[in-house]
Every structure is written in C-alpha cells, then in structure tokens.
Design a protein around this ligand. Structure first.
Ligand SMILES: [Mg+2]
Length: 278
C-alpha cells in the first residue's frame, strides 16, 4: 500500500485541456517530444495535475494517462493526478496505485437515443463520420480521421437538423439535452456539462481532500476553455494560458488577462511549461 503524498497547499494546480493542448488534434495523439515528461515533472515537484476534456477516459488512457503514469518518478505523487473526461461526466484518479474510473450517474443518455443516432450515422453518414462507442455519459459522433474538415462542416449541418428532429421526440424533450457541434465532432449532451462543469469537478475533488493550491493555471486552445478560468477565478488566483489562435479569443470575462505563448498547441504548452518558474 502506498502512502498518500498530500501536500495541502501545493504551489500550482495545473488544468490542461487535452485536444490541441497535449495531443495533436489532427493526429489525435501526443506529437510534442518531451511534453508528457514535462507535465509529469510537475507531479514530481508536488503540484496537482488535472485534465479537463470532452474525450472519454478510454480515449485518454493509452494516449495521455498511462504515459504520464509511466513518466512520473515518484509514483506516490499520482494521488495528485485527476483526469476529467466527457465534459465533467466521467473521471479517473489513482487510489492505492490503481486507476479508478467514476461516472456521474445523474448524467446519462437513454439507450434508445444512442441507438437512433448510431443508426443515423451508419445509414446516412458512414462515409465521413463514426459513432464514438467509448463515451459513458454523453453521445459523440466524430469525423473519420483524414477526411476534409470543410466537407465535414457541410454534412454536419444536415446531421444537426436530423439530431434536432430526434430530440423533438416527447421521450427526449424533457431530458434537458443539447447539441454541441465542434470542428470535427457533433455531440449530444446534458445541458449542464462543459468545461466549467469539469473545472468544478476538479475544484470539488481538491476540496474533498483538503487541498488548497496557491495558484491555478489552466491551459486551453479553444474559446470554451476560458470557462475553466471563469468557473474558478472567484476562489483561486487563476492564470489562463491560451495556446490556440489568439486573434479568435474573447477573454472579456476573465479577471486576469490571458497569457499567450509564441508557439501554438502542444508546442505552446511545452514552451509555457519549460519557461515557467515557481
Ligand atoms: Mg482543445
């Protein structure tokens, strides 16, 4: 049995979006050499490391979670790692050295709705999209790797209309579900999940363990990632680091001005982590 390493006032709680911040969104894996080691070294230093993404836990497992586990020198520090997936609906943490996956059982998609959307994708959009079977609390459809994003955008408009028709069914109307289209995916989710909800999950996890970080640093590459800082900036000093296209960012709701990196995406994350001094 491992002894828990609980520093109650770690210097930093790091919160990372995954796609475009740790993994390369086109290749759907980590391509930045040394990035995983850099993130893991924050755990070795005693910081908190959390992930906050719409991806499933199983999607993150071999790409991010296991590589971090392997790269951490002092495995007892893994108690300070939390991976929040499905926009807050599912999460994974280490207990006695074992990874434990939990889900919010208040958040679910009816099996009949999953079956309808799966059938829709397979019958009308099988050339360009697939149904993501790995999600536990939400429903995701995604562009097949390597397809053209502009073509996907056109088909996505048709898909959204068909999803709307399905959600009009009285069986689903009362479930408070919404459609969330992004560049390469179209999700149906409980209307209160999102980056803010994932960030709240992380804050609650810290509080349950009596941990009060001195700073929170959240890294994102999309507009919705600002919700992480918006959700937590009333409780902690929060730094928001943006590694996406800064000309597109509206940061008007942030108390502190965002930090921009020179490089973008995984390279920007690596740049920030390696230049950061606690
Ligand atoms: Mg992202």
């Amino acid at each position: 049995m491992q002894k828990e390493h609980l520093n109650k006032t770690p210097e930093v709680a790091w919160i990372f979006d995954v796609d475009g911040v740790i993994t390369n969104p086109a290749e759907k894996k980590v391509t930045e050499v040394g990035l995983i080691e850099e993130i893991s070294s924050k755990l070795d230093q005693g910081d908190i490391v959390a992930l906050n993404t719409g991806r499933s836990i199983s999607w993150m497992m071999d790409r991010v979670i296991k590589p971090i586990e392997e790269a951490v020198g002092d495995k007892t520090k893994l108690v300070n790692f939390l991976a929040v997936g499905e926009k807050g609906g599912a999460w994974a943490s280490f207990k006695d050295g074992e990874l434990v996956i939990e889900v919010d059982d208040q958040i679910f998609i009816p099996e009949s709705l999953k079956a309808e959307v799966r059938h829709l994708i397979e019958s009308k959009f099988a050339e360009s999209m697939f149904y993501d079977e790995s999600k536990l609390t939400m429903l995701s459809t995604e562009m097949i790797d390597g397809r053209s994003v502009p073509d996907y955008a056109k088909e996505q408009l048709i898909l959204i209309e068909k999803m709307k028709e399905i959600l009009e069914n009285p069986e689903y109307r009362s479930l408070d579900l919404k459609i969330d289209p992004t560049t390469i995916a179209t999700d149906i989710q409980n209307s209160h999940v999102g980056k803010h909800f994932g960030a709240r999950r992380i804050a609650n996890w810290l509080k349950e363990r009596g941990i009060k970080p001195i700073h929170v640093i959240a890294l994102g590459d999309s507009q919705s990632d600002t919700e992480m800082a918006e959700e937590l900036q009333g409780e902690y000093p929060v730094e928001f680091v943006f590694v996406g296209d800064k000309s597109k960012l509206d940061s008007s709701k942030l108390i502190k001005k965002p930090v921009f990196t020179q490089k973008q995406f995984g390279e920007g994350t690596f740049e920030f982590l390696t230049s950061f001094k606690e």
